[in-house]
Design a protein around this ligand. Structure first.
Ligand SMILES: [Zn+2]
Length: 81
């Protein structure tokens, strides 16, 4: 099994991925597009388990994206630290 290659590997792709998660969090009934290839039907799984970090697994069938991103809680509530 080959080692996974990180697809979300630049500030621009990370920002796109976070923006995608935010859109999805705001309305989970909406289908969001893949932050890398733009295909509809991106799968997002909320894997948050820690108090100060949110984890989301992103899966795209169109470009084989299968990665988890972490979003610090401070990004949600910048005033609380
Ligand atoms: Zn994709």
């Amino acid at each position: 099994m080959p080692a996974p290659i990180k697809r979300i590997n630049s500030p621009a792709s990370a920002k796109a991925a976070i923006d995608t998660v935010r859109t999805w969090e705001a309305d989970k009934s909406v289908s969001v597009g893949c932050p890398l290839c733009g295909a509809d039907g991106l799968g997002i799984i909320d894997k948050s388990a820690r108090p100060h970090m949110s984890w989301y697994a992103l899966k795209c069938g169109a470009c084989d994206l299968d990665e988890a991103i972490a979003i610090p809680e401070s990004a949600h509530n910048a005033a609380i630290d």
